[in-house]
Design a protein around this ligand. Structure first.
Ligand SMILES: [Fe+2]
Ligand SMILES: [Fe+2]
Length: 167
């Protein structure tokens, strides 16, 4: 998890403005600051990693990196619920996944919602992006960013996973 002191600088904002449209920016800035910071770091690292792969579509890759976690929106999950979720996943991954359920309300529902999002945010990110008209190719890559690698994974997906793992 990114530091709680995470900042988004003017240079970062400019970087984002060049690559995301208005609705995508709304989703980006709708994330918590640490998640915004994480997405920026993934994008910068992806650009570095892409230097080893001349055929990669860098524009698609960077847009994927900036948008891959937008399914995690601010106010949806408290920091505390997020911490409990990460611990639960470490101790009993399968049970945690099955216990998750979407929908906020009581304290327990909020925790189940946090657990649900932890496992399902790639799907949710993809759905939110398709709903605002982002390219299918980007949604498809983002949907698979925590899925185990397959032989026919695109280069952009492979690099996104690598960069995500480093942050
Ligand atoms: Fe993710
Ligand atoms: Fe991520």
């Amino acid at each position: 998890m990114a530091a709680l002191t995470a900042k988004v600088t003017d240079a970062d904002r400019e970087f984002i403005a060049k690559r995301l449209n208005l609705n995508e920016k709304k989703l980006f800035y709708g994330m918590n600051l640490p998640d915004q910071h994480h997405a920026l770091n993934v994008a910068y690292t992806a650009i570095e990693l892409a230097k080893n792969y001349p055929t990669v579509d860098k524009e698609i890759l960077v847009r994927c990196a900036l948008l891959h976690d937008v399914g995690k929106q601010r106010g949806d999950v408290s920091t505390w619920d997020k911490i409990i979720t990460v611990i639960a996943h470490k101790i009993f991954p399968a049970k945690a996944k099955a216990w998750g359920r979407p929908g906020r309300g009581s304290k327990v529902s909020n925790l189940r919602h946090a657990v649900y999002l932890y496992f399902h945010h790639p799907m949710r990110s993809a759905e939110m992006l398709l709903a605002i008209g982002t390219e299918q190719k980007i949604a498809d890559i983002i949907r698979l960013h925590h899925t185990a690698p397959l032989d026919d994974d695109s280069l952009e997906l492979i690099i996104l996973r690598q960069a995500d793992d480093l942050h």
